[in-house]
Ligand binder design. Structure first.
Ligand code: LIP
Length: 262
């Protein structure tokens, strides 16, 4: 596990340094993906290429799932789950909240995760059963916070028709909580929860590369991360908070039927 974590951290730092150094010259090259607001920059692709090369040089045969390049086949029971830039819109606009995220799964379970925020100089790490860390600081999420006093992070997937529903859901949540934050990166929202900078998080439409590494950071900090009705977290839905607040937020969200499409 330590070997996985060290390698993931080295690679996430190298990709982050490259992105910081090159950002001003290459960020103009933009394509769109699932919708006009779903962007990918040349640097998303360059970052993922670098990460894939480094993983395969160190561990040939391992499988890799990346946001931009899809799944690399392989026989290994080890799979690396990579988001070369989570928070691409922030990155594009020069906002500091974007991250390189690398998770390592063994037999389908995330055992190590690294989330590097180069523009903030922060690196979050977690290892299964061994805790979550911001640099050398052990992380523990906030506990004992009632829903009415909770600062809740969320995000909005890019699908245009789903955005109307996401707006309805957030309108139901807002009057019941302290406030809402929309930071622009699922990975950073989950790490912020682990660090006690927000109390809870929910979102529809995220992907394994968004929550792979940061999900382990959050759960190792003491939080619960699940889908609705006891289902595992998935692209359909994610809720994360310390036990107690988790159940309160789950009740509120489930009543909104937030997975509906119309
Ligand atoms: C982003 C997610 C964020 C979500 C955005 C987007 P990207 O990922 O991390 O939580 O709200 O819509 O999906 O596109 O920056 O890798």
């Amino acid at each position: 596990m330590t070997e996985f974590l060290r390698l993931a951290e080295d690679i996430a730092r190298e990709a982050g340094d490259m992105l910081l150094a090159k950002r001003p010259t290459m960020s103009e090259e933009i394509e769109t993906k699932s919708s006009p607001t779903d962007v990918v920059t040349a640097l998303d692709k360059a970052s993922e290429e670098l990460i894939r090369e480094r993983i395969l040089a160190a561990r040939p045969g391992d499988r890799i799932l990346g946001e931009e390049g899809g799944e690399e086949p392989g026989d290994s029971d080890v799979r690396w789950v990579v988001d070369p830039i989570d928070g691409t819109v922030n990155f594009l606009y020069g906002l500091p909240d974007w991250a390189v995220s690398i998770a390592v799964e063994v037999d389908g379970q995330v055992v190590a995760g690294v989330v590097n925020l180069p523009a903030r100089g922060e690196v979050y790490t977690a290892a299964l059963g061994e805790g979550a860390w911001l640099g050398a600081e052990r992380l523990r999420c906030n506990t004992g916070v009632p829903l009415a006093q909770a600062l809740v992070a969320t995000g909005f997937g890019y699908g245009v028709s789903r955005r109307a529903i996401q707006g309805q859901v957030v309108a139901a949540v807002l009057p019941r909580v302290r406030d809402i934050r929309r930071g622009g990166s699922c990975a950073i929202d989950l790490c912020s929860l682990a660090a006690g900078r927000v109390d809870a998080y929910y979102e529809r439409g995220i992907n394994p590369w968004d929550y792979g590494a940061a999900g382990l950071v959050a759960t190792e900090s003491g939080a619960r991360l699940e889908g609705l009705h006891g289902r595992p977290v998935s692209p359909e839905f994610a809720i994360c908070a310390a036990p107690g607040l988790f159940e309160e937020l789950h009740e509120l969200l489930a009543a909104q039927n937030p997975e509906r499409d119309a």
